[in-house]
Design a protein around this ligand. Structure first.
Ligand SMILES: [Zn+2]
Length: 122
């Protein structure tokens, strides 16, 4: 099983505001204690996120078609998912070795983070 998680797929799930804010949170290093485990259909990602109002606990389930479910303990109640979810997804997305995740079981994913593909700044 290969979990595909592209930035396009992540963006599709988000309203623009949550996505942009999530990206800022991700780049600022707000996501910590990321972990994942296998589920019957795919994998579940969990992490903590520090936010303006405290620390939140997140969980995202994915299968080979994409995102199945998300939850976050923050009080966000707007459209779609909160920015913390997208920060977690972007963090996960930017780990290398993503295709080989299914060969591990219930491990912390402490992998080498890929260099971010920054927009061209020429
Ligand atoms: Zn949240």
């Amino acid at each position: 099983m290969t979990i595909k998680l592209t930035e396009e797929l992540i963006h599709e799930q988000a309203n623009d505001r949550s996505y942009e804010r999530g990206r800022e949170y991700y780049l600022a290093g707000a996501i910590y204690s990321p972990a994942w485990q296998t589920t019957p259909g795919g994998i579940a990602l969990t992490s903590m996120c520090s936010g303006s109002g405290g620390h939140y606990s997140l969980r995202v389930e994915l299968d080979e078609n994409g995102i199945i479910s998300t939850s976050c303990t923050c009080p966000y109640d707007g459209d779609g998912d909160c920015k913390h979810i997208f920060a977690l997804l972007l963090k996960y997305r930017n780990y290398s070795g993503i295709a080989s995740l299914s060969s591990y079981k219930n491990r912390q994913f402490i992998l080498v983070e890929k260099r971010l593909r920054h927009e061209k700044t020429l």
